[in-house]
Design a protein around this ligand. Structure first.
Ligand SMILES: CC(C)(COP(=O)(O)OP(=O)(O)OC[C@H]1O[C@@H](n2cnc3c(N)ncnc32)[C@H](O)[C@@H]1OP(=O)(O)O)[C@@H](O)C(=O)NCCC(=O)NCCS
Length: 147
C-alpha cells in the first residue's frame, strides 16, 4: 500500500543523506530553512521510501532534495510523489513551481511539464539547471470553468 503524507524534517533528512550524499556528514543535507519547509514522504507498506521538500516564497514554490531509496528507484514512486506535490501546489493556487535539477534528471522533469531555463550552475561537482513549471494555466482554466 502506498501513502503520501507530510513528514517531519528529521525523517526527510535520513532519506536525503542515504540517497544523495551518503559519504558526507549527515548535516551536509540539512538546509538552513528546513524548519520553514513543507516535507512530504511516500510510504510503501509503512516504509518511508521517497521524500521531497517544498519552500514557498511569494506564491512561488521551489522543491528541493527529492530522493527515493536506491532499491525503490525506477518503480514509479518518485513520479507519484512529484505528481502529488504538483497537485498540492495547484490546489494552493501557487503560480509556479521550480527546482534546481541535476543535469541527468532534466528529461525526467520534462515529463511532468517542467521547462528548462537558461540558468545553470555547478555545485559540489554536479551541474544543475533551473527548471520551472507555470501553474497559472490550470488555475485560470479552473476559474474559467467555474464561471
Ligand atoms: C530522481 C528520483 C527522486 C526519482 O525517483 P524514482 O522513485 O526513481 O522515480 P520513478 O521511479 O517515478 O521514475 C524514475 C524512472 O523510472 C521510470 N519509471 C517510472 N515507473 C516505472 C515503472 N513502474 N517501471 C519502470 N520504470 C519506471 C520513470 O519513467 C523514470 O525514467 P527516467 O529516469 O528515464 O525519466 C531518484 O532517481 C533519486 O532519488 N535520485 C537520486 C537523487 C536525485 O538525483 N534527486 C533529484 C535531484 S534533481
Amino acid at each position: 500500500m502506498v501513502i503520501i503524507k507530510e513528514i517531519n524534517t528529521e525523517s526527510t533528512i535520513q532519506i536525503r543523506h542515504e540517497v544523495m550524499w551518503p559519504n558526507k556528514p549527515r548535516d551536509f543535507v540539512r538546509l538552513e530553512n528546513d524548519d520553514r519547509g513543507k516535507h512530504f514522504g511516500l510510504f510503501k507498506n509503512n516504509r518511508l521510501v521517497s521524500v521531497i521538500s517544498l519552500f514557498e516564497t511569494e506564491n512561488v514554490v521551489q522543491f528541493r532534495k527529492f530522493a527515493t531509496l536506491v532499491e525503490f528507484q525506477g518503480k514509479g514512486y518518485g513520479s507519484q510523489l512529484l505528481r502529488h506535490i504538483i497537485n498540492y501546489c495547484q490546489k494552493k493556487e501557487y503560480s509556479k513551481i521550480w527546482c534546481n535539477a541535476r543535469e541527468n534528471k532534466t528529461s525526467f522533469y520534462q515529463k511532468f511539464g517542467f521547462k528548462l531555463t537558461e540558468k545553470s550552475f555547478m555545485k559540489s561537482g554536479i551541474e544543475y539547471i533551473i527548471m520551472e513549471k507555470s501553474l497559472d494555466v490550470i488555475t485560470n482554466w479552473i476559474v474559467c470553468e467555474n464561471k
